[in-house]
Design a protein around this ligand. Sequence first.
Ligand SMILES: [Fe+2]
Length: 189
Amino acid sequence: MDITQLILDDHHEQRRLFAMIEEIDRTDTAALAALWTRLSALLDVHAEAEELFFYPEVLKLGTGAGGADSAAGETKDAIHDQNEIRDTAADVARHDVGSRDWFNAVDKANKANSEHMGEEEREGLTDFRRHASLELRHDLAYGSPRTMRVISRGRPGRQGSSEVHRLEPVGSTRRSRATWQFVPEPDRQ
Ligand SMILES: [Fe+2]
């Protein structure tokens, strides 16, 4: 297993679910609601697992790739983007499923997510493939699916993780903005 491939697989599933929402009968609100529930949960768990397990390792090992000049820059951009995805996904829930406003909100979430995925695939994933050992890539991939299931059932305590990972929790509400705030390591400032 490889964490970079696991992330790509999740991205593919996110793209697939957005495409299914585009293709489905717009009056079939039950199907739309079911698809969005599945997709929004995947977006949420995927982002949090990356913040907990992937980006802390990128910070330790990365040097910047795909136009980013540092791992700190890659991580900061990713967390900013993931908060934007959380915001746009939360906005979807404020509208009636299948309404024009609902589809517009889904489009905004799709745009924010696709921009983020493209950047992450050029930067963080590339950086990690270049600098992380295959053993670490395997270990993170092996651990993260189990952890993601734990997250999806209920959030584990975050304080300990923040100390290790240099990512500071500033909110605990599901999909709240700035759930995590990037804290630069002193020697990288
Ligand atoms: Fe991602």
